[in-house]
Write a protein that binds this ligand. Structure first.
Ligand code: KIV
Ligand code: ZN
Length: 512
């Protein structure tokens, strides 16, 4: 790998999934991984195989499906974790094991209850175990941002000797500031005698809003891998946003002296896919992928852009994929065109039966909204995949009366475990009334933590995509619904979330 290549390591499926409420199913992870592969991400961290059987299966499914990106599994510095990661990654064309142990005084003393010497010993053992499965081993000293640099030098020198080829320096709690973090990277590279045998990587959290700045400062000081996530998703305030890192390095290549191999036109589609699957909407003023990122409002700016684009634009919207929002199919499109577009989008519905069912739904949708966009197809695929997981509750029909000056009334009919039930309720608005009517039938007592509506594409005939987040007994689930009628989409999203809770709680513990 040349020294001017910046490796993009995406951890949306691992650290991104650690955002409360952002859990994804195996199928959803594979769909995101296919989009990351299409975007030419170098390394995809697919999950933490030892965390649960579900995580193991997801990493395995991604490893089996993806051919062009390296697939990475996270493992604590424990033999069983590393063994699980090795097994999950067996089917990958190119695999990496990422093992970590904390090195800050507070983590070693209070969390690990280990001495610094024990930590070095365990780190070396972990890398040696990982080397039994792959030559591509990454090591992270967790909480490096608050670790003693002298101690970091000792640990890192030892793990390079044991065979680690990527040294990832995490700012786990988002405590670092750019100048100091860059200097840390430069010091480590200069002081560790065998540092030339490894690539330095960074993994910055955004607690102070500095994740991207810290990562870029590290790049200026020799880091050649950045760990990041789509839309900056991640634990707490998130990780460095992939789209910002990639576009900063590309737009200011005069400063960074390195480049990525990312196909930047896939950035906006990736952002939309992740937002739609996780239900974490992108704020309109978010750099690169926010709806306003390329919108010029003031007359002076508009005039300038019309006369000469570069007066106010440093990047072109089409270079990051904004023009990808094109009409792809319509009411007269046939099954073959539909199937071909699904394949191009990396959507694999699994069986002929599922494709036929999705095609029927596509025709129904095309009758309602004429122009079908890629985003509509993604929403359709999500609905199709959801309809194959156990659905305890289904919407049969919904009637809503809403009139100025009158209290909205909703009448719903649902199928609950195969039995049709109906109820009606009033509420502050049509959605509130609908949720109350559903609750009368289901009595879930779940807490509604989030309700959000996004239009999937533009226009008043666009599908509204609703996300509902429910919490109960320590479980948080997201439910999604998409329809040209947002009250119907809301009812579907609510029932989808209830199904998620049912699958996580009742089916797992039938006594509840
Ligand atoms: O934030 C962190 O320290 C991590 C490590 C596992 C790299 O996510
Ligand atoms: Zn992290």
């Amino acid at each position: 790998m040349s020294s001017d290549h910046l490796i993009i390591f995406d951890t949306t499926l691992r650290d991104g999934e650690q955002s409360p409420g952002a859990s994804m199913t195996r199928e959803e992870k594979v769909r995101i991984a296919r989009q990351l592969e299409r975007m030419r991400v170098d390394v995809i961290e697919a999950g933490f195989p030892a965390a649960s059987n579900g995580d193991f299966e997801s990493v395995k499914a991604v490893a089996d499906a993806i051919k062009d990106s390296t697939i990475c599994g996270l493992a604590r510095a424990l033999e069983r974790d590393i063994q699980r990661a090795g097994e999950a990654l067996r089917g990958a064309n190119s695999s990496r094991i990422h093992t970590f142990i904390a090195t800050s005084p507070i983590h070693m003393e209070k969390k690990l209850r280990m001495s610094p010497e024990q930590v070095i010993e365990q780190a070396v053992k972990a890398v040696t175990w990982a080397r039994q499965y792959t030559d591509n081993v990454e090591f992270s000293p967790e909480d490096a941002g608050r670790s003693d640099p002298d101690f970091l030098c000792r640990v890192l020198e030892a793990v390079i000797d044991a065979g680690a080829r990527t040294l990832n320096i995490p700012d786990t709690v988002g405590y670092s500031v750019p100048g100091q973090f860059g200097e840390l990277i430069r010091n480590l590279r200069e002081r560790i005698p065998n540092s030339d045998k490894a690539i330095f990587s960074v993994h910055c959290h955004n607690d102070l809003g500095l994740a991207v700045a810290n990562s870029l400062s590290a790049v200026l000081n020799g880091a050649r891998q950045v760990e990041c996530t789509i839309n900056g998703l991640g634990e707490r305030a998130g990780n460095a946003a992939l789209e910002e890192i990639v576009m900063a390095v590309r737009t200011r290549s005069d400063v960074f002296q390195c480049s990525t191999r990312i196909d930047t036109t896939q950035i906006v589609p990736a952002s939309r896919l992740v937002a739609s699957i996780t239900g974490f909407a992108v704020q309109p003023n978010k750099a690169i992928v926010g709806a306003n990122a390329f919108a010029h409002e003031s007359g002076i700016h508009q005039d300038g852009v019309l006369k000469h684009r570069e007066t106010y634009e440093i990047m072109r919207a089409e270079d990051v994929g904004w023009s990808a929002n094109k009409m792809v199919l319509g009411k007269h499109s046939g099954r073959n065109a539909f199937r071909t577009r699904l394949t191009e989008l990396g959507i694999d519905l699994g069986s002929e039966e599922a494709i036929n069912a999705a095609f029927t739904r596509f025709k129904e949708l095309a009758d309602k909204k004429h122009e079908i966009f890629d985003e509509d197809l993604h929403a359709l695929a999500s609905d199709e995949v959801a309809s194959h997981s156990v659905e305890a509750y289904k919407l049969v029909s919904l009637k809503v009366c809403s009139e100025t000056g009158e209290t909205p009334l909703a009448q719903v009919v649902i199928s609950a475990h195969g039995e049709e039930k109906s109820a009606q309720a009033t509420g502050g608005g049509p959605v509130d009334a609908t949720f109350k009517a559903i609750e009368q039938l289901v009595n879930s007592a779940a807490e509604l933590q989030l309700y959000s509506v996004n239009n999937i594409t533009t226009g008043t005939d666009a599908q509204g995509e609703v996300t509902v987040r429910l919490a109960k007994a320590g479980r948080i689930v997201n439910g999604q619904g998409a329809d040209t009628d947002i009250v119907v989409a809301s009812a579907e999203a609510y029932l989808d979330a209830l199904n998620g809770l049912y699958n996580k709680l009742e089916r797992a513990h039938p006594q509840i």
